[in-house]
Ligand binder design. Structure first.
Ligand SMILES: [Fe+2]
Length: 194
């Protein structure tokens, strides 16, 4: 059975849409002979849209880096969001912000002004998903837009994304000094007690 729990009653319509999308994913798993009794969420919807674009990247090395970095930052962002006291729904938004934050850099292989451009594409993807509230789209896209300004301290949600971005780069290779010596990583290690 596919279902989505929500603490917000006004999300019933959204949950029905998510449930329908979730059933579509579940059906795909059944077709492949895999049974998973799990909950399908908005992240699955964004992932399906993002994966379709990632599959189109022709350069295999760029594609590998895209999967590792975008999903790595997504998971780091969800972790940091919860560590900092955000609820699970914001952790979900943080993960989505991480998944989309460098969209232009990887999917379009376009690094110039990639934060601003990625925010624009993220908005289009989230609107296409049809399950996000306007305020949630704004939170995610504002964080993506500002994530390259690592020298500045932004709002708490944006800081989660910036730290998750650096965290994924650092843990990709913990013996590399470039990221280890960054002030943001040093502060993060202290916060995490590692
Ligand atoms: Fe990044």
């Amino acid at each position: 059975m596919c279902y989505v729990k929500s603490s917000r009653p006004d999300r019933m319509r959204i949950n029905v849409l998510v449930s329908l999308e979730g059933c579509r994913f579940a059906a795909a798993y059944f077709e492949r002979g895999i049974f998973m009794d799990r909950q399908y969420t908005k992240i699955d919807i964004v992932r399906s849209i993002l994966d379709e674009e990632l599959k189109k990247i022709e350069d295999e090395e760029l594609k590998r880096c895209a999967y590792v970095h975008l999903y790595g930052v997504g998971q780091a962002a969800a972790f940091l969001a919860m560590k900092r006291g955000f609820g699970r729904e914001f952790a979900e938004l943080a993960e989505i912000a991480g998944m989309l934050h460098d969209y232009s850099k990887y999917v379009l292989n376009d690094e110039a002004y990639h934060a601003e451009k990625s925010a624009k594409y993220a908005r289009a993807i989230l609107e296409k998903g049809k399950v996000f509230e306007v305020e949630d789209i704004k939170i995610v896209c504002d964080a993506i837009y500002n994530h390259s300004r690592k020298q500045e301290i932004g709002n708490a949600f944006c800081e989660v994304l910036k730290d998750a971005d650096e965290m994924q780069h650092f843990f990709r290779n913990p013996t590399e000094n470039y990221f280890f010596e960054k002030e943001r990583i040093q502060k993060l290690m202290k916060e995490l007690g590692v």
